[in-house]
Design a protein around this ligand. Structure first.
Ligand code: LLP
Length: 446
């Protein structure tokens, strides 16, 4: 993150605080979030998209995707920075409600929302529900009717893009669970997407069709896939105008903007993204001539939260293992692992780490940083170089762990989850406290 530096003694500092002091005060493992970095990225998305899209679509709304990382403090930061919020469960919505996040600035996602979640959203007057199946459309219509409200809905469209990312996080090719396809047995007018639109319009008294949505995947490094998605969404928008005579007011391009993990990664900045996407959308709109244009929205999660955070671990053991080819690999075990960051095990994600408490004159050794859990796949950094004199008690910092680490964390092996410590201007405060074994045992009632 932007406020991380290393001094001559090799100590890492986060916005004026030294991580050795942080580890002493809050323990390890700990997620340390640079609040200013998070807020700056949120603000950069807000301003760049507002500016670049002003002439294209009257501006653009930025929804922070709470699934990347959400807690009450983060929901407040998002609100204070003027963003909207994307939630995808009753639990995430409850966090938003807890901090008084205005309902009309919230979008509710999910491919299997329960009736209780739909009711919760309607009672809180959530600004849009992104619908994902015909059953859900009918279910939402019932809930809205029962409560005497009109629900604003957005249709999740499968735009058929093969995003260049891991299979588990690509979401717009045909053979996966999300969205309504654009391909119909009798041509495009009979597509699942058009069927969804027709069904929503049939429920016209309790549902209001507000727009179309696509999300092509996550950790995507270029805008080619978004260009195809924009083209297809705008095509569907036109088709709806032709068939039903209505112009929907909003198109959402989703999230998925990648961040740097390895040294060769070069992600686009929010400003570059806004510039490229605005150009793509402008080109598609321009082809339609002088007609009213829908407003654009995007939903970045990782690109805001990911780079803001590092995870601090303490080294527990250092073990040399001889490999078949005669070489040696050193296994460095730390006091966390796949329970606080499952991404290397689940997606083969690459992380980088550094020795964070001292400098070392020792040469490099080939190391693998592993966790403390009962699986050989419990790897945090698969292949790295660390100083050969690394020893128990040293601190390691793993970078860019702000997105999908805490939010995907578990209590595997009855491991209490680490705290989240926010640092700003040399001040640290716990925004999510460390779990305790008492927290876990409290669930055992039998
Ligand atoms: N909008 C929708 C509808 C989404 O499904 C997602 C992410 C986002 C926005 C935000 O995507 P982002 O900008 O954060 O990439 N656990 C995986 C990522 C799963 C993403 C799920 N949906 C990982 O750790 O890589």
């Amino acid at each position: 993150s932007r406020n991380v530096t290393q001094d001559e003694q090799g100590r890492l500092w986060v916005d004026g605080l030294d991580v050795v002091a942080l580890a002493r005060e809050f323990g390890t493992p700990a997620y340390v979030v640079d609040e200013d970095d998070f807020r700056s990225r949120a603000a950069a998305f807000r301003d760049s998209f507002a500016e670049r899209f002003a002439a294209v679509s009257g501006g653009a709304d930025v929804y922070y995707a709470g699934k990347a990382f959400l807690c009450s403090a983060v929901a407040r930061w998002v609100l204070q920075e003027g963003l909207h919020l994307d939630v995808c469960s009753g639990g995430e919505l409850a966090v938003a409600q807890h901090v008084g996040f205005p309902g009309d600035r919230i979008a509710l996602h999910g491919n299997n929302k329960s009736v209780a979640e739909l009711r919760q959203a309607m009672e809180y007057a959530v600004g849009r529900v992104v619908v994902d199946s015909l059953e859900e459309i009918d279910r939402l219509a019932c809930v809205a009717t029962e409560l005497g409200v009109q629900a604003a809905v957005v249709v999740r469209v499968t735009v058929g893009v093969e995003a260049h990312t891991h299979e588990f996080i690509a979401t717009a090719h045909e053979d996966q669970k999300f969205g309504f396809s654009l391909h119909g047995a009798d041509g495009a007018d009979s597509s699942p997407a058009m069927q969804a639109v027709a069904r929503i319009l049939e429920h016209g008294d309790c549902l209001r069709l507000r727009g179309l949505h696509s999300h092509i995947g996550s950790q995507i490094m270029d805008t080619d896939g978004f260009a195809v998605a924009a083209q297809r969404l705008i095509g569907l928008h036109e088709q709806i105008r032709r068939v039903h005579g209505i112009r929907l007011p909003e198109l959402d391009l989703g999230g998925g903007f990648g961040i740097a993990h390895a040294s060769g990664d070069s992600p686009l900045t929010p400003a570059e993204l806004a510039t490229e996407l605005a150009a793509v959308v402008e080109r598609e709109f321009a082809a339609l001539g002088d007609v009213p244009r829908p407003r654009i929205s995007v939903e970045p999660g990782r690109a805001i939260a990911g780079p803001s955070t590092l995870t601090l671990y303490e080294v527990g053991t250092v073990k040399e293992v001889s490999l078949e080819d005669g070489s040696v690999r050193t296994y460095v075990s730390v006091d966390g692992g796949m329970s606080d960051n499952i991404r290397p095990a689940l997606y083969g994600a690459d992380y980088t780490c550094v020795l964070a408490n001292r400098s070392s004159g020792a040469g490099p050794m080939r190391a693998r940083v592993v966790g403390r859990h009962c699986e050989s796949g419990d790897i945090l950094v698969r292949d790295t170089e660390l100083p050969a004199d690394l020893r128990a008690g040293d601190l390691l910092a793993v970078a860019a762990t702000g997105a999908y680490c805490r939010s995907l964390s578990s209590q595997y092996n009855h491991t209490p989850r680490p705290p989240v410590v926010a640092v700003r201007d040399g001040q640290a405060r716990v925004i999510v406290r460390r779990e305790t074994i008492e927290d876990i045992l409290a669930l055992d009632v039998g």
